[in-house]
Ligand binder design. Structure first.
Ligand code: FOL
Length: 197
C-alpha cells in the first residue's frame, strides 16, 4: 500500500442514517446528482484520466448501457475474479490495496475515486485509506413515506474521524462551483466535502 495520488471517496447518502442502497441499487433517481458524479469523476487534465474503483456488486448495478463508465479507468475489486467481462478500460484486482499500488505507478492516472459499494466504502474508511469524502447529503422531503434502505455507511466512524469542510474548500477541491442546495422529486440534497481529522 502506498500514499501517492489523491484518493477520494464519492457517495450519496440519506441523512441522518447514512443509508446508501436498497436491493443492490440506489434508492432514488437524482438526475443532477448523477451528473455531478459523472463530472467530478471524469474531470482530468488533458492527457490524463481518473480511475474509479468499485466492488463487483456495484459494477453489476450500473446499467449495461453506461458501463464501463466512459473516459475513466474502471477498476473492479473481486475476491474471486471469475465470470468477469474482458473489456477495454476495465481492470480487475483482488484487493483495493493491490489496485492502489498499481494505479499509483500509472503516469496517466490523475485522481482515484472509491465509488462503492458498502463493503468497499467501509473497508476503505476503517483502514483510513481515504483522506477526502465527497458526500452528497440527501434528505427526504416526505414525512409519511419512508425511503427503503438496507445498506449503510459507518456513520459513527465518519463523524468521529472526519470533519465537514466549508463550501470554499469543496470548490477548491473540485476546481468548479457546484450547484447549491437542490430539490429533485421528493428529495433535497447538498454536495459536501469531509476531511480526515
Ligand atoms: N456518488 C454519488 N455522489 N452519487 C451516486 O449516485 C453514486 N453512485 C455510485 C457511486 N458513487 C456515487 C454507484 N452507482 C452510474 C450508475 C450507478 C452508480 C454510479 C454510476 C452511472 O451509470 N453513471 C454514468 C452516468 C449515467 C447517467 O447519466 O445517468 C456515468 O457516466 O458516470
Amino acid at each position: 500500500m502506498s500514499k501517492g495520488k489523491p484518493l477520494s471517496l464519492i457517495v450519496a447518502t440519506l441523512f441522518p442514517e447514512f443509508g446508501i442502497g436498497f436491493k443492490n441499487a440506489l434508492p432514488w433517481k437524482l438526475r443532477n446528482e448523477m451528473k455531478y458524479f459523472k463530472t467530478v469523476t471524469t474531470n482530468a487534465p488533458t492527457g490524463h484520466q481518473n480511475a474509479v474503483i468499485m466492488g463487483r456488486n456495484t459494477w453489476e448495478s450500473i446499467p449495461a448501457k453506461f458501463r464501463p463508465l466512459p473516459n475513466r479507468l474502471n477498476v473492479i475489486i473481486s475476491s474471486t475474479l471469475s465470470n468477469l467481462p474482458n473489456e477495454d478500460n476495465v481492470h480487475y484486482y483482488n484487493t483495493v490495496e493491490s489496485a492502489l499500488d498499481a494505479l499509483n505507478s500509472m503516469d496517466t492516472i490523475h485522481r482515484v475515486f472509491i465509488m462503492g459499494g458498502a463493503q468497499l466504502y467501509n473497508h476503505c474508511l476503517y483502514n483510513k485509506l481515504v483522506d477526502d469524502l465527497l458526500i452528497t447529503e440527501v434528505y427526504s422531503n416526505s414525512q409519511d413515506v419512508e425511503v427503503p434502505m438496507d445498506t449503510f455507511l459507518g456513520k459513527e466512524f465518519i463523524l468521529d474521524n472526519y470533519t465537514k469542510t466549508s463550501r470554499d474548500a469543496l470548490e477548491q477541491h473540485l476546481g468548479f462551483k457546484p450547484d447549491e442546495k437542490q430539490t429533485e422529486g421528493t428529495f433535497q440534497y447538498e454536495f459536501t466535502l469531509y476531511k480526515l481529522k
